[in-house]
Design a protein around this ligand. Structure first.
Ligand code: C2O
Length: 554
């Protein structure tokens, strides 16, 4: 044997008996697909021709490499929603925040390592409204040899909830921008791409969840909808929730799951009922008195061995505005906070921020009513730059953004009063700057600038702890006393209640530029977004890695 080969051979022998972490390679071919599915003939963009797209599997500590090849006619980026992207902001994906989009005919390789997370997340396109059809699941298994901290399921099932428009989604968006009105509501909700029977569309079968008596299933449930918070329910069965946004929670039993767009949850289901078919219902939650969307997606859970054509055992369908049902779920969520998975809640705060999140109205000469709906944080409707913020930051390109995002709104008013107040916004591309490893508390205060609404806020690059929640205006004296600093739920997306507030905390230990926005796509479009810029730390291991050579150009 040659000496070099011999050295390699000896090195291989000295490796541990099994290699802990792997490098997982995926190819995502983004292209336009034609369908007559789902009650309309239209072409839409998918990954690898699948809707929902392919599932990305990895274990904690694995490195994931995804080559995204754009064969579509429009720009593409992919975001790995909830992956912390430590030092790899270039792979985060939001267009014009961490990268310029991948133009048609080009490709880009996303490369990241998964650390300190296990559970279910989702990936989705992050440019315009492309994510309506370009999305899929991310399954993060525990490290090899490490069990789940709950009874081992016999099988796992992925359940992706979505929204479907019969017409072209970009056209829906364009029309709304032109008129200044809200975009059309979706025509259907879907479970793994199936709407179930919907009016005027009787031929569509729904999704079927096949189960066997006595077996335990881990359901990995994802809300990939654009604008709708959703209830998920299975007739005749209870669910035990064990994880949210790829963080373990203290298990609790419930019959209705509630997820905002971008949120994920794992729940155990035991097939312990009589043979038969049981209704699965996915239905929107809307407590703002402005919308009337009540299209329910219907699926069925079916026991193996059930004779043909059984009656489907029904379930009560949650009401459109059934707020108590949302609170039952949300208020039951607690971090597992065990020795193995401690909740590391920041107890001291370096940056105390107060952000109002609102929908407002600005003048618009070309719009139908002379004004248009806008959305904002602290009265600033965020304007996407034409050069990605991360690039501008890394290469010190001036004039792309300013770092004066305000820590509080410009005026103090009765945020949740019933009269519309302070309805106009300013525009800007502003970031809030944080020193490496500083601790941050953000009070997200919902307002009634026009009408109060629930806003699911998503933070890129971090998980945060939800330490408090309440109705009305946040009262620093009184409300901080009831904060949960012991076992608050840890997540990446959280609903700011209608006419209420939420308090989150996180540690800025990830250098880069991190987007925060409402995950209702309609509000993102209207400007309910901002970004944090986290400076590098002193140690070389605390800085952003250099950009990959194939980073798309603007
Ligand atoms: Cu899932 Cu910036 O989004």
């Amino acid at each position: 044997m040659q000496p070099r080969l011999l050295a390699l051979f000896l090195m291989a022998l000295s490796l541990p008996a099994f290699v802990q972490c792997l490098v997982r390679h995926y190819n995502f071919r983004v292209a336009t697909t034609n369908t007559t599915k789902l009650c309309s003939t239209k072409s839409f963009v998918t990954v690898n021709g699948q809707f929902p797209g392919p599932t990305l599997y990895a274990r904690e500590d694995d490195t994931v490499i995804v080559r995204v090849i754009n064969h579509a006619k429009e720009n593409v980026t992919i975001h790995w929603h909830g992956i912390k992207q430590f030092r790899t902001g270039w792979s985060d994906g939001p267009a014009y925040i961490t990268q310029c989009p991948i133009p048609p005919g080009q490709s880009y390789v996303y490369n990241f390592t998964i650390r300190g997370q296990r559970g279910t997340l989702l990936w989705h396109a992050h440019v315009k409204w492309l994510r309506a059809t370009v999305h899929g699941a991310i399954v993060i298994l525990p490290k090899r040899g490490i069990p789940y901290p709950f009874p081992k399921p016999d099988k796992e099932k992925i359940i992706i909830l979505g929204e479907w428009w019969k017409s072209d989604v970009e056209a829906v968006l364009q029309e709304s921008i032109m008129t200044g009105f809200p975009p059309n509501l979706s025509d259907a909700h879907t479970i793994n791409g199936h709407p179930g029977p919907i009016p005027g569309c009787s031929s569509q079968g729904g999704y079927t969840l096949h189960v066997e008596t006595g077996k335990k299933y881990l359901l990995r449930i994802i809300n990939a909808a654009m604008n709708d918070e959703l209830f998920f329910k299975i007739g005749g069965h209870k669910l035990i929730v064990v994880e949210a946004d790829a963080s373990y929670v203290k298990p609790f039993e419930i019959d209705t799951i509630f997820l905002s767009p971008g949120q994920t949850t794992n729940a155990l289901l035991t097939a312990n009922q009589d043979f038969g078919k049981y209704l699965i219902a996915v239905t929107p939650f809307m407590d703002a008195p402005i919308f009337f969307d009540n299209v329910t997606a219907i699926g069925t859970l079916r026991y193996k061995g059930t004779p043909a054509y059984p009656r489907t055992i029904p379930t009560t369908i949650p009401h459109l505005n059934e707020t108590p049902l949302t609170n039952n779920f949300i208020d039951s969520l607690r971090s597992l906070n065990s020795n193995d998975y401690p909740a590391q809640v920041p107890l001291t705060i370096d940056h105390s921020l107060f952000f109002t999140v609102s929908v407002g109205l600005n003048p618009c000469g070309t719009c139908v009513n002379g004004n248009k709906l806008v959305s904002d944080i602290n009265n600033i409707s965020f304007v996407l730059p034409t050069i990605a913020l991360l690039q501008a930051h890394y290469f010190n390109i001036k004039g792309v953004f300013t770092d004066d995002f305000p820590s509080s709104p410009p005026i103090v008013f009765n945020y949740t009063g019933t009269q519309p107040v302070n309805i106009q916004t300013n525009t800007g591309t502003k970031v809030y700057r944080l020193a490496f490893n500083s601790t941050v508390q953000v009070i997200l205060q919902g307002t009634a600038m026009i009408a109060p609404e629930n806003h699911p806020l998503h933070l890129h690059g971090f998980n945060f702890f939800v330490v408090g929640k309440g109705l009305g205006n946040f009262d620093p004296e009184k409300d901080t006393k009831s904060f949960n600093l012991v076992d608050p739920v840890e997540r990446n997306t959280v609903g700011v209640p209608n006419a209420g507030w939420i308090a989150i905390r996180f540690r800025a230990d990830n250098p880069g530029v991190w987007f925060m926005h409402c995950h209702l796509e309609v509000h993102t479009t209207w400007g309910l977004q901002m970004a944090f810029l986290v400076d590098k730390g002193k140690d070389p291991s605390q800085s952003l890695l250099p950009p990959p050579y194939d980073l798309p150009k603007c």
